[in-house]
Design a protein around this ligand. Structure first.
Ligand code: NAP
Length: 281
């Protein structure tokens, strides 16, 4: 590994998309166009932006973006009905329900109703369980992106101490499982962890998934650690204090331009794979 490596997610994302383009073309040759259905409930501006970005990324690659926008006052039953129709629709290969939905809707119940073969965003408990067991088809997209970055830059995982800060179902827990399955020794930290700095001081690989801007400090890190910042906070700021961590790290993801762009590429990849599975390419 070079002295100081910037883990540029845009390079990784471009490579993934370039390879996907060929696969989309091959599917087109046999009359199949991959299709991702996105469901947005309500008018949350950030969610609207995220869904738009995902839809646009699909269209750029020749994937159909079926955008469903439901009003904030729908019931859980209406949402379940919408998901059920998409599950039944052979023209839809992936379903993404944008988080969060309004409080009165049972989001977990809605996630669980997504058919496993269309759960390209890795939100069902079955998908999570399969990922943890090591045979998951579509892990959550951000954990998948982190592994994609690790592999692209040839970062050794086996035998290394990996410390994940955060244990959310879409990020901290599944990325811990993926690292464990790759033979890292994994410590998953959370808000009850005592002496976080001690854990981090022993980490060869740090994954920040805390949701707190500039939280992880360079002084907490071991010299030469690989730092992967999955955080994305207001003002384009990660969960890692970039300046101080940059000094200590051997490799670090920037924010923006690190994990974020690769996450969207993973969603596209999973959607294409799902379409391929319908025809056994
Ligand atoms: P989340 O659900 O809020 O989870 C945050 C986790 O951090 C929780 O497990 C929490 O512990 C832990 N935590 C909070 N304070 C802590 C502390 N002082 N010390 C140690 N752990 C602490 O967040 P999330 O959805 O996983 O997202 C995490 C970050 O990733 C956010 O910045 C989010 O914007 C970003 N994100 C990025 C992408 C992307 O595509 N790049 C995708 C998703 C999320 P408890 O469990 O004990 O509460």
């Amino acid at each position: 590994m070079a002295d100081k490596l910037i883990l540029d997610g845009k390079i990784v994302s471009n490579e993934v998309k370039m390879k996907l383009k060929d696969r989309v073309d091959k599917l087109a040759d046999i009359g199949i166009t991959p299709c991702l259905a996105t469901i947005l409930v309500g008018e949350d501006p950030s969610s609207e932006t995220y869904v738009k970005m995902k839809g646009n990324a699909c269209e750029k690659l020749g994937i159909i973006s079926k955008r469903i926008h439901l009003s904030a006052d729908i019931t859980t039953d209406t949402l379940l009905q919408t998901i059920s129709e998409l599950n039944e629709d052979d023209g839809v290969h992936g379903i993404l329900l944008q988080h969060p939905v309004p409080d009165h809707i049972d989001e977990r119940c809605a996630f669980e109703s997504i058919a496993i073969e269309k759960d390209v965003d890795g939100v069902t408990s079955l998908g999570y369980g399969q990922t943890a067991f090591g045979f998951g088809v579509y892990p959550s997209c951000t954990p998948a992106a982190i592994m994609q970055i690790i592999d692209y830059f040839d970062i050794q995982v086996e035998g290394k101490n990996a410390v994940v800060v955060g244990r959310s179902p879409i990020l901290g827990k599944p990325v811990s499982a993926l690292l464990l399955n790759r033979n890292a020794t994994v410590t998953t930290c959370h808000s009850y962890t005592e002496n976080l700095e001690l854990h981090l001081s022993q980490a060869d690989i740090v994954v920040a998934a805390v949701g707190k801007p500039n939280f992880i400090q360079g002084s907490w890190l071991k010299e030469g650690a690989v730092v992967i910042d999955a955080g994305y906070n207001k003002g384009n700021v990660g969960d890692v204090d970039y300046e101080s961590c940059y000094k200590k790290a051997s490799a670090i993801t920037p924010v923006p331009g690190g994990v974020g762009p690769v996450t969207i590429s993973m969603l596209l990849k999973h959607t294409v794979e799902s379409a391929e599975r319908t025809v056994k390419i």
